[in-house]
Design a protein around this ligand. Structure first.
Ligand SMILES: [Zn+2]
Ligand SMILES: [Zn+2]
Length: 1005
């Protein structure tokens, strides 16, 4: 048996093995390196004096890159963390980052692909913290920042080997050996440069404001980090009674005998722990409020609209009035820890009612509890009205000593997040200050890394002034091409519109640091390079991490004092957003190269990056370069488990990617993902079954390849030329091929990776129509026609391999090598532009009609219950005014495929077919002959004969008709079964022919 046959029989196990062989071939011959250093351009083949390629006429204009050498095609690789093994999400991203560069390489560009590792930040810190069993930031400080940071450094690349394995296996070409790391000195120095550029442009400032912090990580977070972690949670909501102290204008309303009655403002909150920090209440001036009597001697004020909603609890309205009547009223503080502190700044303004524009009646009571240390609106009102500032909670989420009854409690304990709120509630209830309580479900932000509920907390932070550059960012964003397009104005556009100043300081350890040195006199210095710091400090600097640079001090130019670095480190997204510059150590190195290639042509990542990496790249590029950072971006969705849930190691609800590739091959996985909606930012449920189903065409394609090889044998099959295109089938498949090339080229130029779907459609046409209908031509005696068919099929496979190369690099290489490669690898071959003059539209149209007629005809045969092997007398094609005018070659295709003797055209109505199913003895005999041929060829296969083997056929039968068929059609049977003789006799196998059992035997000569 031939080698090809082996492959067909057992593709499932041999296909992955073929891929492994190809991986070794690429590595051994350095094909990737060659494709980068010497891209296979149709225009430029490398070398100092590039020759004109033979097919390029001198008149046609030279492309710009031909003049100055090879042009770079730049894409940015968003560096992943190596803190876990790669999953399908990474495979999808890697796939996009492989297909696009391979495509542009084939188009003649140099596409350097350098891998990067994200090294800094909480993901790594958390791993080290877990191992060191630290519970808080203080524990880390006890260990020492130096020791902690060095621990982090040692953990950064723990899973790098797993990544290398997966990336290699899936066939992604990227240079992992010379990867850059965000913790490298060069990288970190460029980050400092970026920071200083922003500083010099006045885009960095420090402010004290209300931010979201993670009390466990004890650090501030940025807007996008906060947006990442919203989850529905159950909290307690309470209505609290604030007793009005003044003899107010309302007092006369309280009828005689009750002028000692208590009047309360009711405020509503879902964070009872913030009540200790309450210093004011806010109402809306124009909002209607009402006074109610609920219990004897107790009166309440809430917004009238809310009272209507809670009618059962507030039945008795005594009086209504506008909110402005409440402004200025004093109330009794719920707690006296701070209210009695005479040293408290602005104490005189505290515990009064203020008017505020943000008060609404949508939720709550229309009376808002104000704690400036724990909310943005609160903070702003506090600044405006000079309210006292009470921050009774530390950055670690623990209540401070001053709040005596609650000192030491965590405001959101991890074991029971409502515990402290319940304590506060009980305390208030004990004092008669709790009006009501209930469970409340709402969406609340959590730390994206450690899942701790975040706190709204006033603290100081450094910011990038996004507000200032936002108009420019919006303008530049219009230049970016998004796939899918809706993200441009949708997700990304909306995020940009709502973007706020970017908090970049983090109070952590393992990161790039904020390069600001300060003196106690107020002098500040921002350092933008290693050299600058060395000059100022007189020390040799080889590392820019916190534990190193915190020790570096220098003299203050102003007062002679000591300049010390501010303790904050920098948001890791600042580093990721700086990667275009930092990966090349710009501007310290590669200045020219960078500037010639900015912005990048292409980036790709998941949809979650619209608020993160894509956004930060854009913000920094706008800030320092006044430019967008990338021209084209492809956004992928999420690969979910088959059950629609998130893929989870714990649930074990998805197959290991390496195992999937070892079972089916990497190309089928690549096809399945690339053809799926995940390429257009939609989610998919990963299904092994679907993948197997959708990738059957690999098998069909390999069968076509062996078919070609079987009939080409040792023949020298030369290149197809125009004069060879005589047969309609050759014309048609060539037109289809060029059409497919054209569609894919157009789509790929627009970054539509789903263009991969054209490939199985074409393979189906090739196999089920071209090869099927050409079978007799390959076997036939017309040597000229046979050679034309071989030339056509060879060219088709050869070009198909090139079109498949960026998408399914293994199969493409396999086919290319099997056909006899003309250069070392298909990936060193140029992308073949479509030969438009060979796309014969008329041929395509006519063939489509022929196939439609056949489809209708086969359906009729099916209805009549007549097998295709049984010839029938005629097929009548009815259609309007003989619309279908097709020549004899096409009619012959219908006759052959339909197995009819005659095709008749008739006028009238929509396109329809009619069969003449009347049988004659001749037709029946011919049907029997076909049955015999099929049975004999099956026996040939069973005995392992190939087309080189000639056979002798033995038969025995009592049936008169079958005997007659053997005698009458002996020559035809011999021809169709590659036999030299047909003999009566011999002990054979029992075979059923049209319901009759006969004995058949095939012997090799
Ligand atoms: Zn956290
Ligand atoms: Zn100073």
């Amino acid at each position: 048996m031939t080698k090809e046959k082996d492959k067909n029989i057992d593709r499932k196990s041999s296909f992955p093995a073929m891929e492994e062989e190809i991986l070794n071939f690429w590595e051994k011959n350095k094909i990737f390196e060659k494709s980068v250093n010497n891209p296979p351009s149709p225009l430029y083949q490398g070398g100092k004096n590039p020759p004109y390629p033979p097919f390029r006429k001198e008149k046609s204009p030279l492309p710009p890159f031909f003049k100055g050498g090879i042009k770079d095609y730049v894409f940015y690789d968003g560096p992943p963390f190596a803190t876990g093994t790669p999953h399908y999400g990474h495979i999808v991203a890697s796939l996009m980052k492989d297909i696009v560069p391979r495509y542009w390489t084939m188009k003649g560009y140099r596409v350097e692909r350098r891998w990067g590792w994200d090294c800094h930040g909480l993901p790594i810190e958390n791993i080290v913290e877990k191992e060191a069993k630290t519970k808080s930031k203080k524990d880390i400080e006890k260990i020492g920042v130096e020791k902690f940071n060095e621990q982090c450094r040692s953990k950064v690349l723990v899973y790098a080997k797993e990544w290398e394995k997966t990336v290699r296996r899936m066939g992604r070409w990227v240079d992992m050996e010379n990867s850059y790391k965000t913790m490298d000195l060069d990288y970190m120095e460029s980050v400092w440069w970026v920071f200083k550029e922003l500083w010099d442009k006045g885009l960095i400032y420090k402010d004290y404001r209300s931010m979201h912090i993670c009390p466990r990580c004890e650090t501030t977070l940025s807007q996008s980090e906060v947006a990442e972690g919203y989850k529905m949670v159950k909290d307690l909501s309470v209505m609290v009674k604030f007793e009005i102290m003044d003899k107010t204008p309302l007092t006369p309303l309280l009828k005689g005998g009750e002028d000692k009655a208590n009047v309360y403002l009711l405020a509503w909150t879902t964070t009872p722990w913030t009540l200790i920090g309450n210093v004011a209440l806010a109402v809306g001036e124009k909002i209607d409020y009402s006074l109610f009597k609920v219990d004897a001697g107790e009166y309440y004020i809430i917004a009238s609209e809310q009272a209507r909603k809670l009618a059962n609890r507030f039945p008795q309205i005594l009086k209504s009035f506008k909110g402005k009547n409440l402004v200025g009223l004093k109330y009794k503080p719920l707690f006296d820890y701070y209210a009695k502190d005479e040293k408290l700044e602005n104490r005189e303004n505290g515990w009064k009612v203020y008017s505020a524009p943000f008060v609404t009646t949508e939720e709550g009571t229309g009376v808002v509890h104000i704690a400036p240390a724990f909310g943005e609106d609160d903070m702003n009102l506090g600044k405006k009205e000079k309210l006292p500032f009470v921050q009774h909670v530390g950055m670690d989420g623990v209540i401070k000593e001053e709040a005596k009854d609650f000192a030491g409690l965590h405001v959101k304990p991890t074991d029971d997040v409502m515990k402290t709120d319940v304590e506060i509630m009980k305390y208030l209830a004990g004092k008669g200050l709790l009006f009501s309580k209930e469970k409340y479900e709402h969406s609340y932000p959590h730390c994206w890394r450690c899942e701790t509920p975040l706190l709204n907390y006033a603290t100081s932070s450094w910011f990038v002034n996004i507000t200032k550059i936002k108009p420019k960012m919006l303008k530049l964003a219009k230049k970016i091409n998004w796939v899918p397009a809706h993200i441009k104005e949708g997700r990304f556009g909306n995020w940009l519109e709502g973007a706020r100043d970017w908090s970049i300081s983090r109070q952590r350890f393992w990161a790039s640091v904020i390069p600001i040195w300060e003196c106690s006199c107020g002098e500040r210095k921002v350092i933008g390079s290693v050299e600058e710091l060395e000059k100022l400090s007189g020390e040799k600097i080889t590392d820019l991490h916190k534990h190193i640079v915190d020790r570096i001090t220098f003299k203050c130019e102003k007062c002679g004092g000591v300049m010390k670095r501010i303790p904050d480190v920098i948001d890791c997204w600042f580093e990721s957003g700086s990667m275009p510059y930092a990966q090349r150590h710009y501007p310290f190195e590669n200045k020219k190269k960078f500037e010639a290639n900015f912005p990048a042509e292409f980036i790709a990542e998941g949809v979650d990056q619209t608020r993160a990496w894509f956004y930060y790249l854009h913000a920094i590029a706008t800030g320092i370069k006044g430019s967008h950072a990338f021209k084209n971006v492809v956004v992928n969705g999420i690969v979910l488990a088959e059950d629609g849930k998130k893929m989870s190691k714990r649930l074990n609800n998805y197959p290991d990617p390496i195992k999937v590739m070892d079972k089916y091959g990497a190309d089928p996985l690549r096809y399945y993902l690339c053809a799926s909606p995940v390429m257009k930012a939609d989610n998919i449920n990963f299904s092994e079954k679907d993948m197997a189903e959708q990738t059957r065409f690999f098998n069909i394609l390999l069968n076509v390849l062996s078919f070609y090889k079987m009939f080409a044998g040792d023949l020298k099959v030369e290149n197809l030329e125009k004069k060879d295109l005589v047969n309609v089938l050759d014309k048609w498949i060539t037109a289809r091929l060029e059409q497919t090339k054209q569609i894919i080229t157009e789509k790929m130029d627009n970054y539509d990776l789903q263009s991969i779907r054209e490939i199985p459609i074409f393979i189906n046409d090739l196999s089920t129509w071209y090869v099927r209908r050409s079978r007799d031509r390959f076997k036939g005696e017309d040597e000229v026609d046979k050679m034309r068919a071989l030339k056509t099929l060879r060219r088709t496979l050869y070009h198909l391999a090139r079109v498949m190369a960026p998408f399914m690099p293994f199969t493409a290489e396999h086919i290319y090598q099997e056909l006899g490669a003309d250069v070392e690898s298909v990936h060193l071959k140029e992308w073949a532009p479509a030969k438009k003059e060979w796309i014969d539209k008329k041929v395509l149209e006519k063939m489509e009609r022929v196939r439609k007629i056949v489809e209708l005809g086969l359906a009729e045969r099916d209805k009549a219950g007549i097998k295709v092997r049984q010839p029938i007398a005629s097929l009548k094609i009815k259609n309007q005014k003989s619309k279908i005018k097709i020549s004899e070659d096409y009619v012959q295709l219908i006759r052959d495929e339909m197995n009819v003797k005659d095709v008749i055209f008739a006028e009238g109505g929509e396109l329809a077919v009619e069969l003449d199913t009347r049988m004659t003895p001749e037709l029946v005999a011919e049907g029997v002959k076909r049955e015999l041929v099929r049975a004999i060829n099956n026996l040939r296969k069973e005995t392992g004969m190939t087309i080189q083997d000639r056979a002798v056929i033995y038969y025995q039968t009592e049936n008169k008709e079958i005997k007659e068929v053997f005698e009458k059609f002996s020559e035809e049977i011999k021809k169709d079964t590659l036999a030299d003789e047909v003999r009566l006799g011999g002990e054979g196998k029992a075979v059923k022919i049209n319901g009759e059992e006969i004995s058949l035997k095939v012997e090799s000569l």
